[in-house]
Write a protein that binds this ligand. Structure first.
Ligand code: ZN
Length: 129
């Protein structure tokens, strides 16, 4: 699977400070659920500043460190058919919503989650296990 601007979401570098409180709405729950139930995917990619997907094989090249210091895992997550994100996805949506592109919010809004889902502790801080 090739990572392109169309099939990855939340490969962003927030520019604004982390908000004091997370936004825990349906969008945050949907992406958290998708990551928790997604599969680690070891083709690491990110969007460069020209919005081109860059890809590197191997885990250690793929760490993202958020502006606030939160660090991602070295793998992406396959979260739906043909859709990938990184382990900081839920963190970005909850704490850096202003930096999340509208197109990503639209893709997240199409995801589903269980109504009785309780997010795992730390998922919004970028901790996935
Ligand atoms: Zn952050």
């Amino acid at each position: 699977m090739k990572l392109t601007a169309e099939n990855i979401i939340l490969f962003i570098h927030p520019t604004e400070e982390k908000t004091k409180k997370p936004i825990l709405d349906e969008i945050s729950y949907k992406i958290a659920y998708a990551i928790e139930t997604g599969k680690p995917n070891f083709v690491v990619g990110f969007l460069d500043k020209n919005k081109k997907a860059s890809i590197s094989k191997g885990m250690t090249l793929g760490h993202h460190t958020c502006k606030c210091g939160a660090t991602s895992e070295g793998s992406d997550y396959k979260i739906a058919e043909g859709l990938y994100t990184n382990s900081l996805g839920a963190h970005y949506v909850a704490f850096h919503r202003n930096d999340v592109p509208k197109s990503d919010i639209e893709k997240i809004s199409k995801l589903t989650y269980k109504k009785d889902y309780i997010p795992r502790q730390g998922i919004f801080d970028g901790v996935t296990d």
